[in-house]
Design a protein around this ligand. Structure first.
Ligand SMILES: *Cc1c(COP(=O)(O)O)cnc(C)c1O
Length: 419
């Protein structure tokens, strides 16, 4: 019998492992914002040029980011969602064309597909990473498929080399959503975002680097780059002298203030990722021996936007939700399932809440058939969310003591659940 006190779960009235806050991406404690960003903002304010069509900051950021990734072109935009919309718009699907993507992701991956009147088709995921499963993607390809939009979930590399071969074999585009995957490396050593035709990044508050909001697309294809640039700026070809609008597009411009902050953040990125990797190694070493808990299978390329643990509920003595609840009581920021439901089970898709009452483009025509976003569509994804996926908040400012508290709490909960 467990007695009260240190070994008793905080959930049952025991002493929590941790009572002070962890460094968090939600405030200065877990962000790398400082004098460099203040100087950058002052520079822009004093220039009086806050808009990227006249100031230099956004164009320079694009050049710096492209160089950082060793790629031909970068195009800035106002958010990660906007960046993904740029990428989908560059593919230029016909209404009802299909784009294959993942059910475990931020809505910002999926909404741009609908905005551009294409149909999101969901493939299932790998049970050990939550990333798209190659065989499932292959099964979902139809004559209407125009692109695959893959996410490197939590910063773990998705199988993009194989997906690129698949895309090339079908003459379709591979878009990489790298919003959680700055400096993620795939097993062959390439940077995530450079394997597909287009890589998309976010500068939102919670990402590895931030300007509050913002987005960046990278590509080696000048035609795709030009189309993305035009789409973010009303189709206005500013490289000519003409005031004209070449195709339906919108204003997704980044401001000079945000670009200047992003430029100050970029030199800090490598340090952010390496600190997150070091802290992750320390936790992984403690979790590896615990029955039923699987830390990330990291070959060194993961960038740890969050730290996921996949659990076998039978061996671990509880579901991911049981664990998350017990860990939260111990003072450890943890979440069970990451999402409440797979993206295809949200009202926008299930109830086809798109344009008025039309349901467009989730109707036929233009779609090949009306998509059925039923429960059971992607069983592995559903099982991860319902039972198997714990995500721990992660940060470059975690000290060894912070990581040890997390490790201690997980071991404590595991002991209580399995004894
Ligand atoms: C954050 C995120 C987005 C959206 O980025 P925003 O800048 O918030 O629009 C898209 N995809 C993934 C995987 C994300 O984590």
């Amino acid at each position: 019998m467990r007695q009260g006190g240190k070994d008793e779960l905080a959930l049952d009235g025991g002493t929590p492992v941790r009572t002070s806050a962890f460094p968090s991406v939600s405030n200065a404690s877990g962000r790398t914002l400082g004098q460099e960003e203040l100087d950058a903002l002052r520079r822009v304010i004093e220039s009086g040029q806050l808009n990227s069509t006249i100031g230099p900051e956004t164009r320079v950021l694009e050049g710096e980011f492209a160089d950082y990734y060793g790629i031909g072109h970068a195009v800035a935009s106002s958010s990660g969602t906007a960046a993904l919309h740029l990428a989908v718009a560059a593919v230029d699907p016909d209404p009802g064309d299909e784009i294959i993507t993942t059910p475990i992701t931020d809505a910002g991956t999926v909404l741009p597909i609908l905005m551009q009147n294409a149909v999101p088709v969901f493939a299932d995921v790998d049970p050990t990473t939550g990333n798209l499963d190659l065989a499932s993607v292959r099964d979902r390809i139809t004559p209407r498929t125009r692109a695959i939009l893959v996410v490197h979930l939590f910063g773990a590399p998705a199988p993009v080399a194989a997906l690129r071969r698949l895309a090339d074999a079908h003459g379709i585009v591979l878009i990489e959503d790298c919003a959680q995957a700055y400096l993620t490396r795939v097993p062959d050593g390439r940077l995530a975002g450079t394997v597909g035709h287009i890589g998309c990044f976010s500068l939102q508050q919670s990402k590895h680097i931030t300007a509050g909001d913002g987005g960046l697309c990278i590509t080696d294809d000048p035609a795709l780059a030009r189309r993305m640039r035009l789409f973010a700026d009303k189709g206005w070809p500013r490289d000519t002298d003409e005031r004209t609008h070449l195709f339906l597009s919108t204003n997704y411009r980044l401001t000079e203030l945000q670009a200047a902050v992003a430029r100050a953040q970029l030199p800090k990125l490598a340090g952010v990722v390496s600190a997150r990797r070091e802290a992750a190694k320390r936790l992984t070493a403690v979790l590896e021996p615990l029955a039923g808990l699987m830390p990330p299978l990291d070959g060194g390329g993961m960038s740890y936007w969050l730290y996921p643990v996949i659990i076998d509920p039978d061996a671990a003595g509880g579901s991911c939700h049981d664990y998350a609840k017990a860990l939260a009581a111990e003072g450890i920021p943890a979440n069970g399932g990451y999402l409440t439901r797979p993206v295809y089970r949200t009202p926008v898709l299930v109830e086809r809440r798109t344009y008025g009452t039309s349901g467009y483009p989730l109707c036929s025509p233009p779609a090949r058939e009306v998509p059925d976003y039923r429960a059971g569509l992607c069983p592995t994804a559903e099982q991860l969310i319902a039972e198997r996926l714990i995500v721990l908040q992660w940060n470059e400012r975690y000290t060894d003591d912070d990581v040890d508290d997390i490790a201690h709490a997980i071991a404590k909960v595991h002991r209580a659940f399995t004894e």
